[in-house]
Design a protein around this ligand. Structure first.
Ligand SMILES: *[C@@H]1O[C@H](CO)[C@@H](O)[C@H](O)[C@H]1NC(C)=O
Ligand SMILES: *[C@@H]1O[C@H](CO)[C@@H](O)[C@H](O)[C@H]1NC(C)=O
Length: 935
C-alpha cells in the first residue's frame, strides 16, 4: 500500500517532536495535492543507479573474457573452467551443469573472492538433479559437450569466451555472444587504502602473492581500472549508500536466434509481450512500494520474478536469473547475422537480453522447453508450484481501507445478504489494530473481535486482518519487546537496530532471513498468542518490499545488515521470507492454527498465497492492464493473482465498477479494495441496476468455483498457470503472441473482459478457428445472451462442472449438486475433469482424500470415470443436470450406473440454441456412470 510522497516528507519534519499543527498541515497538503501520478524522480533510472550505468556502458563486441581450457575439469555431472579477464587478469570460475528435464545451469563466481559473494538460498526446492555431461570434442578453440537427446550440444568457445546451446544445426541460445559479460571483482578501496594497507588480500590474478601497495606482478587492473565515481559511495536524493564492499555488479547477455517475442520478468505495469529497451531504461526488478504507478513503463514495482520466457512457433524457452539484488533487464531485437552456424540465414529475427545485477553471483537456469507446458514444468521443478488455496479463498473478497468498526463490519456483511450477493471474506486494513501494532485490536472500534468473528462464523464466512512486517518501536508493545530482546531486528550499517518510518511511526524491521525470526513469527499466529483470533481469521500482509517511508526509494537502505549480508544482496528476497513461516502450512484450517497468507510483495518465486497488483487506480486503463499483469505473473508460477476491483485510488464510475466486477470474477484472486479517502463503494451503492449486474458477475464466479478449484489443483500439481495467454494453448498461432486483452482460464474458458468505456461490442479472437472474430452478443456459453455481461466462451470439446445454486458463501455451497456443461467439438466429442476434496485441509495430500473424475463424451455416450483409483473421499454432491451444447435432439437418454441400474431420463431441447438439457441423472459426483444418447 503506497503513500503520498508529500506526506512522507512532511511527516519527517513532523516527527521530531510531533506537533499537532504540523500533522494537520500534512493532511491538508495531501488533500490539496490530490492524487497524482507517480513522482518518477523518487525512483532511480538506470543512469542514477551507478552499477547499472557502468554495466550498460560496456560496449558489445569487445569481451575481455577468455576461457582457460587447460583448467577444464569434467566430472560426470559438472564442468568447471576458469575464465580470465585479459584487461585485469582477474579470474572467474565457471560451472556448468546439465539438469534433468532439458535444463542447463550456469554459474560464474570470482575464483578467489576477497570475501564470499551472496548465493541465493531458500528459493530452489532442492538441489536440482543433474544428468551426465560428456565431452564430444575439444581443440584449442573450445570444447563441445553433449546435452543428451536430439543432438543437443553445449559449445564452449575460448576466445572470447562464449557458450552456445545448439540442437542439430540450430543455435537455440547463446551466452556472451555480444561480449557483455562483466563481473566486478571485489577490490580494496584505493582512495582511502583502508581495506588493504594492513592486509594481504587474496591473489586475484591467480598467479601468486600480490599485495596491493607493492605490485609485485604487473598489476594490470590496478592501473587500468581506475575507481569510477560512485563505486564506493553513492548518493540518491538525500540518501547516501556507504557501499563498504565497493563495486560488485555482474552482467551477462543472452541471444535468442529466431525469437521475436519475450515475456515474463514481472512485476511491471506493462503489456504481456515485453518491449525492446533500446533508447529507454531497462526493465527494473527491485521491490518497491510505488505510489500511483504509471502504466506501460519498465519501472520496478512491488515484486520481482527474474524469469524471462521466449516463444516462437518452434520453441518456448526460459531464462531464470537467480539473484536477489537490484536487477535490470535490457531487451533488444535485431536481424541476426550468421547466428545459425549451418544454415546461415541472414535475416532471421533475434532477440538479445542483457541481465545486470548489483551483487551476488551469476547463476542462471536455461530452460529449453520445447513446449510452453515443458517450460512451466521445468521452472516448477526448480522453485515449486503455486500453493493450493482453500476453496473459499477462490470466492469473492470484500476489502476496504478501512471498515471503521465492528458495527461497520456487521452492516456490510448484512448488506451482502440483503442484496443476495455471495462473498466469503471481509478484510480489515491497518486501522483495525491498536495504533498499527499488528496482532492487536483497536480498543475503541474493535473491542470484541471474537464476537465479530463469531458473527461471520454463523454465516460461514471469514475475515482477513492485516499484519505488516514493520513493528512499532514502543517499549510497551510486546511484539517489539520480544524481537528486540531476541536481537532479531535488521541492523543498520553501524550495528544498531535499523529503524525507519512506516504506518505506526518509527518502526523496526524483523530480520525474516533469520530462521529463528521466522519460527517465532509463525508462533505468533497461534490462537493463544494472537489475541482475539479464531479459526475463521486469516491474515494478509503488505509493505514487505520492505516499505520504509523515509528510506531511499521508499525502501530499506542497501547497507543495512541481515546477519553478515547486506540488504543490497537480499532485497528482492525479503518479501518471500516474510510469508515463509517455518512449521506452518497455509491451506489448513483443521491441522494448524490459522492462516492464509496474502502478500503484496512477491519475490523471486513460488508457493505464495494470493497476490494483488498493488495500488492501482479507478481508471479504465488500470482495468485493462490488470490482464497482462496477472498473465505475466502466471507465466512464472504465480497464478493466484488479481487486481483491486474498482481501483484502489480514486472513485470508479458505476460503469467502470461493473466492468471491473465482471472482469475480476474471471481473474484468479477476486477482491475489491479501496483507498481510505474514497467514497464507500459496496456493490449495492450504485443503484439497483448496477447492483443486479454486480450480483450477476459475482454469482457467475460462484457457479464456476468447481472449475477454479480444479485449475488450482492442477497448477499446484504441475506448475501450469491458471490464467493463460492464448499462445500457451495455441503455440503455433502467431496472431495470439501479442494478444493480452483476452485470455484463457485453463484450456477451456476464453475470457474477453470489456475494458473500454461505453463499449457496445468487442471483437474477440477465437484461436483454433483460424481466427474468427465475433461480436459481443454471442457470449457466455454461446447460448445465453446478456448484453450486460462480458464475453466468456467455453471451448468446443470440453466439459466444465458448475454449481448453479448460488448461496451466501462458498462454504454454504459445499454439498450442492453439480451441473455439467458439455460443449461438443465439431466431431461431437468432449472431455473434462472434476476435482473435489474437503476444500481446506491437507488430507487430499496426506490421506489421498479426494475425488478426481474424468468425463468423456464420445460415440453418443457421456461417461464418468475415476482418474485416481487409489484416492477415496465421499462427497454428498450429486449431478443434477447435464447440458450438451451444440447437440441435436435425441430420441432418448439412458443412465447406467455402476451398480447396473438403467433408467430413462427426462430432457429438453432448445432448437434455437442447440442446447440439450438432461434432467436429474441424480448420480453421486464420485461415482461411475454413463449416459447413452439415442439420436
Ligand atoms: C525435452 O526435450 C525433448 C525435445 O527436445 C522433448 O521431447 C521432451 O519432452 C523434453 N522433456 C522435458 C522434461 O521437458
Ligand atoms: C599476510 O599473509 C601471510 C600468509 O597468509 C601471513 O603470514 C601474514 O601475517 C599476512 N600479513 C598481514 C599484514 O596480514
Amino acid at each position: 500500500m503506497g503513500f503520498i510522497r508529500i506526506l512522507i516528507e512532511l511527516s519527517l519534519i513532523c516527527m521530531n517532536p510531533p506537533r499537532m499543527s504540523c500533522l494537520l498541515a500534512v493532511w491538508l497538503a495531501v488533500v490539496l495535492s490530490g492524487i497524482q501520478a507517480v513522482d518518477r524522480s523518487n525512483f532511480k533510472t538506470c543512469i542514477q543507479s551507478s552499477f547499472c550505468k557502468r554495466m550498460r556502458d560496456v560496449v558489445p563486441g569487445h569481451s575481455p573474457y577468455r576461457a582457460l581450457l587447460e583448467t577444464l575439469e569434467l566430472s560426470n555431472t559438472r564442468l568447471t573452467l576458469q575464465l580470465i579477464n585479459d584487461n585485469n587478469k582477474v579470474r572467474l570460475l565457471l560451472e556448468l551443469y546439465r539438469l534433468q528435464g532439458n535444463m542447463t545451469r550456469l554459474k560464474i563466481n570470482e575464483l578467489k573472492p576477497l570475501r564470499p559473494r551472496f548465493e541465493v538460498p531458500d528459493v530452489l526446492i532442492a538441489d536440482p538433479p543433474t544428468e551426465p555431461l560428456s565431452l564430444v570434442s575439444q581443440d584449442e578453440g573450445g570444447v563441445v559437450l553433449s546435452l543428451g537427446a536430439d543432438a543437443r550440444h553445449l559449445v564452449v568457445s575460448a576466445r572470447p569466451f562464449r557458450l552456445d546451446i545448439v540442437e542439430g544445426p540450430h543455435v537455440l541460445l547463446s551466452v556472451n555472444s555480444r561480449g557483455l559479460l562483466a563481473f566486478e571483482h571485489q577490490r580494496p578501496r584505493k582512495d582511502t587504502g583502508l581495506p588493504y594497507l594492513n592486509n594481504n588480500y587474496t591473489d586475484l590474478s591467480g598467479i601468486g602473492q600480490l599485495t596491493y601497495s607493492v605490485c609485485l606482478y604487473p598489476c594490470l587492473w590496478c592501473d587500468k581500472e581506475e575507481d569510477q565515481a560512485d563505486m564506493w559511495e553513492e548518493t540518491f536524493k538525500s540518501h547516501t549508500d556507504s557501499k563498504p564492499n565497493g563495486p560488485t555488479a555482474i552482467s551477462m547477455d543472452f541471444s535468442l536466434p529466431g525469437v521475436e517475442h519475450v515475456y515474463g520478468i514481472p512485476e511491471h505495469a506493462e503489456n504481456l509481450r515485453l518491449k525492446t529497451t533500446d533508447g529507454h531504461d531497462p526493465y527494473r526488478l527491485y521491490n518497491l512500494d510505488v505510489f500511483q504507478y504509471e502504466l506501460y513503463n519498465p519501472m520496478a514495482l512491488y515484486g520481482s520474478v527474474p524469469v524471462l520466457l521466449s516463444h516462437s512457433t518452434q520453441r518456448t524457452m526460459g531464462i531464470f536469473w537467480l539473484n536477489a539484488a537490484e536487477t535490470w533487464v535490457d531487451i533488444s531485437s535485431k536481424a541476426a547475422e550468421n547466428t545459425d552456424s549451418v544454415q546461415a540465414p541472414s535475416k532471421v529475427a533475434q532477440t538479445d537480453v542483457r541481465w545486470i545485477s548489483e551483487s551476488g553471483i551469476i547463476d542462471v537456469f536455461i530452460m529449453l522447453g520445447p513446449k510452453p507446458t515443458d517450460v512451466f514444468a521445468q521452472y516448477a521443478s526448480l522453485t515449486g508450484t503455486q500453493s493450493f488455496p482453500p476453496l473459499f479463498a477462490l470466492g469473492y473478497h470484500q476489502c476496504r481501507w478501512n471498515y471503521k468498526d465492528q458495527e461497520d463490519v456487521r452492516s456490510v456483511d448484512q448488506g451482502f445478504d440483503d442484496h443476495d450477493i455471495p462473498y466469503d471474506f471481509i478484510w480489515l486494513d491497518i486501522e483495525h489494530a491498536d495504533g498499527k501494532r499488528y496482532f492487536t485490536w483497536d480498543p475503541a472500534h474493535f473491542s470484541q473481535p471474537r464476537e465479530m468473528l463469531q458473527g461471520l462464523v454463523d454465516k460461514r464466512r471469514k475475515m482477513v486482518a492485516i499484519v505488516d512486517p514493520h513493528i512499532k518501536v514502543d517499549s510497551g508493545y510486546r511484539v517489539h519487546k520480544e524481537i528486540r530482546s531476541k536481537n532479531l531486528y535488521v541492523k543498520n550499517k553501524d550495528g544498531g537496530d535499523y529503524e525507519g518510518w512506516c504506518w505506526p511511526g518509527t518502526s523496526g524491521y524483523p530480520d525474516f532471513t533469520n530462521p529463528e525470526m521466522r519460527s517465532w513469527w509463525a508462533s505468533m499466529f497461534a490462537y493463544d498468542q494472537y489475541e482475539g483470533s479464531m479459526e475463521n481469521l486469516y491474515i494478509w500482509n503488505d509493505m514487505n518490499e520492505p516499505s520504509v517511508f523515509n528510506g531511499p526509494e521508499v525502501t530499506m537502505h542497501k547497507d543495512a545488515l541481515h546477519g553478515s549480508w547486506e540488504h543490497r544482496d537480499i532485497h528482492n528476497l525479503y518479501g518471500l521470507y516474510v510469508v515463509r513461516r517455518e512449521g506452518q502450512r497455509r491451506k489448513s484450517l483443521g491441522l494448524d492454527p490459522i492462516i492464509e497468507v496474502i502478500p503484496s510483495s512477491l519475490s523471486l518465486c513460488c508457493g505464495t498465497g494470493a497476490v494483488w497488483t498493488g495500488d492501482n487506480a479507478a481508471e479504465w486503463s488500470h482495468l485493462k492492464i490488470s490482464i497482462p499483469m496477472c498473465l505475466s505473473l502466471g507465466l512464472v508460477g504465480i497464478s493466484f493473482c488479481g487486481a483491486d476491483v474498482g481501483g484502489f485510488f480514486k472513485s470508479p464510475s458505476s460503469e467502470l465498477l461493473v466492468r471491473w466486477y465482471q472482469t475480476g470474477a474471471y481473474q484468479p484472486f477476486f477482491r475489491a479494495h479501496a483507498h481510505l479517502d474514497t467514497p464507500r463503494r459496496e456493490p449495492w451503492l450504485f443503484g439497483p441496476e448496477n447492483t443486479a449486474l454486480i450480483r450477476e458477475a459475482v454469482r457467475q464466479r460462484y457457479a464456476l468455483l468447481p472449475y477454479w478449484y480444479l485449475l488450482f489443483y492442477k497448477a499446484h500439481g504441475t506448475g501450469q498457470p491458471v490464467m493463460r495467454p492464448l499462445w500457451v494453448e495455441y503455440p503455433e498461432d502467431v496472431t495470439t503472441f501479442t494478444i493480452d486483452d483476452e485470455y484463457l482460464l485453463g484450456r477451456d474458458l476464453l475470457v474477453h473482459p470489456v475494458t473500454d468505456e461505453g463499449s457496445k461490442e468487442v471483437t474477440v479472437y477465437l484461436p483454433g478457428t483460424g481466427g474468427v472474430s465475433v461480436k459481443l452478443y454471442y457470449y457466455h456459453y454461446l447460448y445465453s445472451q446478456f448484453f450486460s455481461s462480458i464475453p466468456v466462451f467455453q471451448r468446443g470439446g470440453s466439459i466444465i462442472p458448475r454449481k448453479n445454486r448460488i448461496r451466501r458463501s462458498s462454504s454454504c455451497m459445499e454439498k450442492d449438486p453439480y451441473t455439467l456443461y458439455v460443449a461438443l467439438s465439431p466431431q461431437g466429442t468432449a472431455e473434462g475433469e472434476l476435482y473435489i476434496d474437503d476444500g481446506h485441509t491437507f488430507n487430499y495430500e496426506q490421506k489421498k482424500q479426494f475425488v478426481h473424475r474424468r468425463f468423456i463424451f464420445a460415440d453418443s455416450t457421456l461417461s464418468s470415470s475415476n482418474i485416481s483409483p487409489d484416492s477415496q473421499f465421499s462427497t454428498a454432491s450429486w449431478v443434477e443436470r447435464v447440458l450438451i451444447l451444440g447437440a441435436h435432439k435425441p430420441s432418448s437418454v439412458t443412465l447406467k450406473t455402476s451398480g447396473g441400474s438403467v433408467a430413462s431420463l427426462e430432457f429438453d431441447f432448445d432448437e434455437a440454441t442447440s442446447v440439450l438439457t438432461v434432467h436429474k441423472p441424480g448420480v453421486n459426483a464420485g461415482a461411475d456412470w454413463t449416459l447413452l444418447f439415442q439420436w
